[in-house]
Write a protein of this length. Sequence first.
Length: 315
Amino acid sequence: MTKATLAALQIGSHPQGKTETLAKILAFESELSAASPDILVMPEALLGGYPKGSDFGTRLGYRLPEGREDFARYYNNAVDLDGPEIAELSDLSKRLGTIIVLGVIERGGNSLYCTALFIAPDDGLVAKHRKLMPTGAERLIWGLGDGSTMPVIDSDFGRIGAAICWENHMPLFRAAMYAKGVDIWCAPTVDHRDVWQATMRHIAHEGRCFLASACQFQPSPEALGVKADGWRETRDLISGGSLIAGPLGDVLAGPAETGEALIKAEIDREELTRARYDFDVVGHYSRPDIFELRVDETPRAGVQFVSNAQSDPAD
């Protein structure tokens, strides 16, 4: 099977939390069923939320008590990977017959991670990718992923991988993903700028892959009833711009206008071979005699216990 329908759902987290956000996703089921996507990408931090404009009470050298309360609420709104929200999305994936890639805020012990989940119709949650480098003030609230969660999964339509938001700007991460043979690049994001769309087209062209970028949509602070210092009260916090690009950098669908939207495009894996004829970034267009990349995929737990087996005293 070489042909598939690739889709991106432009939708925003509900201000009241993950239960309401899940309900918003499920409300698109009829539209999704009609579109019949084989692969569906949803935005960064969709379940759990992207608290744009928040500072969690952090000042250089100290934290305010109310910021700790903000974080407690944010932590409680995050998801557990064995929780009911992921089970519901697994059921949705099965009903639609669709591979779903979406962004969540994952609870990992007492830390939070910005994570992309891979959910398959027959197997449920099959893989996850934790964002390697949160951007700017995101590091106040999210931990760093390690090399053990950089999956590229096999599917009937090609190999699928994901990079979250500004990870897409990391050349060495892209090189590692290309080396894993990614055919369909998923980019959950909250970046709505024109330059982001240029980046997406560049990556599709550089990697000679299909790419779906799904961006959140969040209305203005005025509409949401929130404050965002330095942000115009009537300007959308996150205005979308989701798109799908082909392996020569051409736009196949989108960019979606402001608001919630579902975009889709028909893709054909056979196009990838033709596109890679004159540019295979980790093959004939690489120079391994000059450049070398070492990728450490070891899990990096904060604490590791090593026990030495004791000899039997009778020996």
